[in-house]
Design a protein around this ligand. Structure first.
Ligand code: GLC
Length: 561
């Protein structure tokens, strides 16, 4: 694609180089003592977010919900659950965030509603009501010897691994729920459903939100003939989740996914929204054998001027140099070839995945932060990640996640990464005056915002340095990426460069020992920030540099003129 002046402008869109802070509203800041975080609590913390270099927020769902899946089961797309506040609280948060130069993207959950949504109540009332075809209803395939209806096919619910079909007596039919039984799937082949979502988007865009994170998009389109999913030949019944018994080639990911997402892109491009650079990021975890092409398919299938898929390599790749080097080189080369409009989107954690410090290690997580905040595109920080918050062992009697309650092999599920934000060493970590909905981590007296703010070596200080560096640097926002040799097998090295601006070089040592690497000929490197809290090794000599175990460091490179 040729670069036109227009293209250059689009490269200055806010998602390029954004520092996006992902808030799980239940767990961020409680303002009214009910033990659950809320919108007013978020508003109170905007100064903190600004000091971190944050340029955008992603809010997980705050809509009215029975909370069967903690808000991902939505009963009304046009309002705020009273647990989180009111619509006016949302408007106030939006205005305050914008006054802090922080964009706000909200969660859009198009695949399913709550079973308490009026659409579903209407749809399940009879076979011939105006909403009868808004969900995926099917007759029983047959009846068993006892006369019980048999589900139309073998599809499984993602959260619990049980049948994805639930019998409904009133209609005498099954409905499909790809997630929890209380999350019936909408029928996206029905144009009325698609129109309803476009109107939901317009409503929030009119209010001023800057875009959406779009939930679980692979499930929007499935095999229309409802063939069985094939069995997974590698399934180990004693160890693997029930859901993994099948390969999900029929129950999700069919080609119309991209057409439906394109329709959503069209809304973002409507004249009243396009001038304001609205943007959406889609959630889809690709099969591991096919990662790169799966990500690229989204860029091709959507419009990269207004949409990008999450790239979840930060939650999936082992912390090893080879897979990272390979992914970064191939992914960014492919994106550059596709279109200069493609925005990458990196995350090392979210509300569904183990916390990065628990998954790869505390020092390794500091290096990951350096990568996250020096790679191109959108950098998503999951709340608390900046403190090095870890997964919390939830006592069995306090487990809340429906995935854990539905399949014992899920253990304690996703609650460990959803525990309250650690603000201070005060009671309940300063999160609430009441009883927190999930336990607070034991380490909160040392791992908290107040304590780490005073410590120049803390994880928070590292994130602040990196976040503000990225926010204020044209190169880190819009510069090109090139991965190059570091002269050492264990060390990843890449440059970020932009005409007329500083050039940055990042080195990441994946080894648990000191490593020496080479500096590109004629480059003089000046250290900007390092992940190693107590770095003692001299960083620079004429043409080599020494990195400590698991150290990642960012340098400004200058070449003599
Ligand atoms: C997404 C959400 C997850 C939720 C699921 C069903 O994967 O991130 O939390 O359970 O969709 O909505």
């Amino acid at each position: 694609m040729n670069e036109s002046p227009n293209t250059t402008l689009l490269r200055e869109r806010w998602p390029e180089g954004a520092v996006v802070y992902h808030i799980y509203p239940r767990s961020f800041q409680d303002s009214n003592g009910d033990g659950v975080g809320d919108l007013k609590g978020i508003e109170q913390r905007l100064d903190y977010l600004q000091s971190l270099g944050v340029t955008a927020l992603w809010l997980s769902p705050f809509y009215p919900s029975p909370m069967a899946d903690f808000g991902y089961d939505i009963a009304d797309y046009y309002d705020v659950d009273e647990l989180f506040g009111t619509l006016d609280d949302f408007r106030s948060l939006l205005t305050a965030a914008h006054n802090h130069d922080i964009k706000v993207i909200i969660d859009l959950v198009p695949n399913h509603t709550s079973d308490a949504h009026q659409w579903f109540i209407d749809s399940s009332a009879s076979r011939d009501n105006p909403k009868s075809d808004w969900y995926i209803w099917r007759d029983a395939k047959d009846h068993d010897a006892r006369g019980n209806p048999i589900a139309p096919n073998n599809w499984l619910d993602v959260l619990t691994g049980h049948s994805a079909w639930q019998w409904n007596e009133t209609r005498g039919q099954f409905y499909l729920h790809s997630f929890d039984v209380r999350q019936p799937d909408l029928n996206w082949t029905n144009p009325e459903v698609r129109e309803a979502f476009k109107n939901i988007m317009r409503y929030w865009l009119d209010m001023g939100v800057d875009g959406f994170r779009v939930d679980a998009v692979y499930w929007l389109a499935k095999d229309p003939l409802l063939h069985d999913d094939p069995e997974n030949p590698k399934y180990r019944a004693s160890e693997d989740l029930l859901y993994e018994a099948l390969l999900h080639t029929k129950s999700c990911g069919w080609p119309p996914v991209y057409a439906y997402l394109s329709e959503m892109c069209d809304v973002l491009k409507e004249p009243e929204f396009t001038s304001k650079e609205r943007f959406m990021v889609t959630e889809a975890y690709p099969e591991r054998h096919n990662v790169l092409s799966a990500y690229l398919q989204f860029y091709v299938g959507m419009d990269p001027a207004v949409a990008a898929p999450f790239n979840f390599e930060g939650t999936a790749l082992p912390w090893e140099v080879a897979p990272w080097r390979d992914f970064l080189s191939r992914f960014h080369t492919a994106l550059d070839e596709l279109s200069p409009l493609c925005v990458a989107s990196y995350a090392f954690g979210n509300h569904d995945k183990p916390r990065v410090a628990s998954r790869i290690g505390v020092n390794e997580a500091r290096s990951a932060a350096v990568m996250l905040l020096t790679l191109p595109g959108m950098a998503f920080i999951y709340y608390g990640e900046e403190l090095g918050m870890q997964d919390v062992a939830i006592p069995i009697d306090r487990v809340r996640d429906p995935a854990a309650l539905g399949d014992p092999k899920n253990g304690i599920g996703r609650d460990p990464e959803r525990t309250p934000m650690q603000w201070s060493a005060a009671e309940n970590a300063g999160f609430t005056q009441g009883t927190p909905w999930l336990p607070i981590a034991d380490d909160y007296t040392s791992v908290n915002v107040e304590t780490q703010s005073l410590n120049a070596q803390s994880s928070l200080t590292l994130y602040r340095t990196l976040g503000t560096l990225r926010r204020d640097s044209a190169t880190l926002k819009r510069g090109s990426l090139s991965v190059h040799s570091s002269g050492c097998d264990d060390v990843l090295a890449y440059d970020r460069a932009l005409n007329g601006h500083e050039q940055y070089v990042t080195y990441v040592n994946f080894a648990d020992q000191t490593r020496i690497c080479t500096i590109e000929p004629n480059n003089t490197l000046t250290l900007v920030v390092s992940s190693a809290a107590d770095t003692v090794v001299p960083h620079e000599s004429k043409n080599s540099l020494t990195l400590q175990a698991h150290e990642a460091a960012v340098f400004v490179a200058t070449t003599p003129s």
